[in-house]
Design a protein around this ligand. Structure first.
Ligand SMILES: Cc1cc2nc3c(=O)[nH]c(=O)nc-3n(C[C@H](O)[C@H](O)[C@H](O)COP(=O)(O)OP(=O)(O)OC[C@H]3O[C@@H](n4cnc5c(N)ncnc54)[C@H](O)[C@@H]3O)c2cc1C
Length: 490
C-alpha cells in the first residue's frame, strides 16, 4: 500500500511538498485553515478588484521554471509571464528614478548618479552572479541537517568569494558612495529581513536576481502561481481539505498518531508542517515533543511584519508604474525602528503596487488596484483602527504630493491587514510577514531544522526553516523537505 502524508497548510511550501510527495507515489492530503490555497499569497476579490494579498515581486524566474519542469511542465503551461520595464521606480527625496530592465540603460542611470559607478556595478554583479549560482547549486537545496552537507570542495574553495563574513552594508559602501545607489542595493535585504549591517554580503545575490534576473509579472497576478501549483498538485492526485484548521497533533511514543482538526482526525505515515513553525511547535504539539524552547524562539531575529492596505480607486493613476518604492524619508531611521528600537515608525519608507497598470483585468474598467505596504517591526502590537488610519493618511498624503495627483476622494474600496491579522489568519509568530531574518546566525544548519528533533515522523517546510523567506525559497523548501521525508521513510 502507498505510504501517506499529511501536509499542514497550502502556501507555496505546502503545495510544493505535496506535489513532490505525490509524484513519488505517496497518498497526500493537505489540510488548510482557509477556504483557498496560497497562504500569505492569497487573493482578495472585492467590488471587481483583485489584490494579491502578500507577495507582488516575481524574482528568480529560473526557480519557478525549474519547479514546473520537475513535473514535466513549463511555467507557460500555467501562466503568462511578462518582464516589467521599468522594473520599478524609486522616489527619492530629490526625485524619482526608474530602474530599467535593460542593463546598459541601468549602467547609464548609475553613471548619472555617481560618475564611475557603472564599472563598479559590473564588478558588483559579476561577484553577485557567482554567489547566486553557487547559492542555487550548492546551498539552498540542502536540508541544513548537518554541516557535512556543505563539505563541498568548490564551496570551500570559494568561501571568501561568497562573502559570508562581510556585511552587506560594507560591501555596498565599498562599491558605491551615492546614498541613492546604496539604498537601491540594500533595499532587498532591508525589506526581506534585516539591517544591511547584520546581513552577510552573500545576499548581494538578491541584487543579481533583481537586476539581471529581472522583475516579472504573471498575468492576473501572483495568485496565478498559486493556481498553477494547485492545479498541478490536483493532477498528481493530491487531496485538499479547506476550512480544515489543525488544532492538535496526538503522539504515540515519538511518532504522531493522529492529526486532529475541529471536524475530523487524520492518520498518516509522515506529516509536513508548512504552517508557521512556531505555531506547530508551540500550539499543536505537547511541550515534551518540542524541539525548541520559548527562549529560543524569543531570541530569533524576525523579518518584519507589515501594515498593508488594499485600496480600489475609481480612476487610473497618472504618472506611476507597477512597482513604486517611496524612499523619500530616512532609510536609516526606519531601518532602526524596524529592527533595533522596534517601535512604530515616525515617517516610514513604503511601497505601492498597482498591478492594474500592467494588467487592467485586476480592476474594473477605468479603476486601479493599489496595494500599500509599510514594513514594521515583528511583534509590534497596537495596530488599532486609529493607528492604521494614521499611517494610511501619512503614506497617502506623501504619495499624492510626490506623484502630483489626488487619490483620496477616488477611493471606493479599502481594507487593511496588519499584525493582528497575521496572527489570526496565519498563526504567525510575532505577526511576521516573511519569516526569519537572513542573518548569518540564522542560515542553513542554524535555522529551525526541517525535521523535528523529537518526533520521528514530523517535518517542517516554509519560510521559517531552510532555505528562508520569499516565494522561490518556499518552493524550494517544499522540495527539500519532500526529499528528507523520502530519505527517512522509503
Ligand atoms: C505582505 C507580504 C509581501 C511579500 N512580498 C513578497 C514578494 O514580493 N516576493 C516574494 O518572493 N516573497 C514575498 N513575500 C514572502 C512570501 O510571500 C512568503 O515567504 C511565502 O508566501 C511563504 O509561504 P509558506 O508556504 O512558507 O507560508 P504561508 O504562505 O504562510 O502558508 C502557510 C499556510 O498554513 C496555513 N495554516 C496556518 N495554520 C494552520 C493550521 N493550524 N492548520 C491548517 N493550516 C494552517 C495558512 O493558512 C497558510 O495557508 C511576502 C510576504 C508578505 C506577507
Amino acid at each position: 500500500m502507498n505510504k501517506s502524508l499529511i501536509v499542514i497548510g497550502s502556501g507555496f511550501a505546502g503545495l510544493s511538498a505535496a506535489s513532490f510527495m505525490a509524484k513519488a507515489g505517496w497518498k497526500v492530503t493537505v489540510l488548510e485553515k482557509h477556504n483557498q490555497p496560497g497562504g500569505r499569497a492569497r487573493r482578495l476579490s472585492a467590488n471587481g478588484f483583485q489584490f494579491d494579498m502578500g507577495p507582488s515581486w516575481y524574482w528568480m524566474p529560473d526557480i519557478f521554471q525549474r519547479y514546473f519542469e520537475q513535473f514535466g511542465k513549463q511555467v507557460s503551461d500555467y501562466y503568462k509571464l511578462t518582464r516589467l520595464d521599468p522594473s520599478y521606480r524609486v522616489y527619492y527625496e530629490n526625485g524619482p528614478i526608474d530602474i530599467p530592465a535593460d542593463y546598459q540603460a541601468l549602467r547609464h542611470v548609475f553613471e548619472k548618479l555617481e560618475p564611475g559607478s557603472a564599472p563598479k556595478l559590473d564588478k558588483f554583479l559579476h561577484e553577485a552572479a557567482y554567489k547566486y549560482q553557487v547559492g542555487i547549486q550548492k546551498l539552498v537545496f540542502k536540508p541544513g541537517q548537518s554541516l557535512t552537507e556543505f563539505a563541498d570542495i568548490d564551496l570551500l574553495k570559494g568561501i571568501f568569494k561568497l562573502d559570508v563574513f562581510n556585511s552587506m552594508k560594507s560591501h555596498v559602501a565599498s562599491h558605491f558612495k551615492d546614498s541613492r545607489l546604496q539604498q537601491l542595493m540594500e533595499f532587498p535585504v532591508l525589506f526581506l529581513g534585516a539591517l544591511a549591517e547584520k546581513t552577510p554580503a552573500l545576499y548581494s545575490l538578491m541584487n543579481y536576481a533583481d537586476i539581471k534576473g529581472g522583475t516579472w509579472y504573471p498575468e492576473k497576478g501572483m495568485y496565478s502561481i498559486v493556481e498553477g501549483m494547485y492545479q498541478l498538485a490536483l493532477s498528481l492526485g493530491v487531496e485538499f481539505k479547506f476550512d480544515e484548521e489543525v488544532d492538535r497533533l496526538e503522539l504515540q511514543g515519538n511518532q504522531i498518531k493522529f492529526v486532529h482538526t475541529k471536524n475530523s482526525s487524520y492518520k498518516a505515515d509522515a506529516i509536513v508542517g508548512s504552517a508557521d513553525y512556531h505555531h506547530i511547535e508551540t500550539k499543536l504539539l505537547p511541550a515534551s515533543a518540542r524541539s525548541y524552547s520559548e527562549t529560543y524562539w524569543d531570541s530569533r531575529v524576525m523579518a518584519p511584519s507589515c501594515l498593508l492596505y488594499y485600496v480600489g480607486i475609481n480612476k487610473k493613476v497618472s504618472n506611476m508604474v507597477h512597482h513604486s518604492l517611496f524612499f523619500d524619508s530616512s532609510f536609516e531611521v526606519h531601518g532602526k525602528e524596524i529592527y533595533v528600537t522596534k517601535t512604530w515608525p515616525q515617517n516610514p519608507l513604503f511601497y505601492v503596487s498597482a498591478s492594474s497598470i500592467t494588467d487592467p483585468s485586476c480592476a474594473p474598467e477605468g479603476h486601479e488596484n493599489l496595494f500599500f505596504l509599510i514594513p514594521v517591526a515583528a511583534g509590534l502590537k497596537g495596530d488599532t483602527e486609529e493607528v492604521r488610519n494614521h499611517y494610511f493618511n501619512l503614506v497617502l498624503e506623501r504619495m499624492e504630493r510626490i506623484t502630483g495627483q489626488s487619490i483620496r476622494e477616488h477611493i471606493v474600496f479599502k481594507q487593511s491587514f496588519a499584525y493582528s491579522e497575521f496572527v489570526k489568519e496565519y498563526n504567525s509568530f510575532k505577526g511576521n510577514a516573511y519569516g526569519l531574518a537572513n542573518t548569518l546566525l540564522q542560515t542553513a544548519v542554524l535555522k529551525p531544522a526541517c525535521r523535528s528533533k523529537k518526533v520521528k515522523n514530523l517535518f517542517y517546510a516554509g519560510q521559517l526553516t531552510v532555505p528562508g523567506p520569499g516565494v522561490p525559497p518556499s518552493l524550494i523548501s517544499g522540495e527539500v523537505v519532500a526529499n528528507e521525508v523520502l530519505k527517512h521513510f522509503s
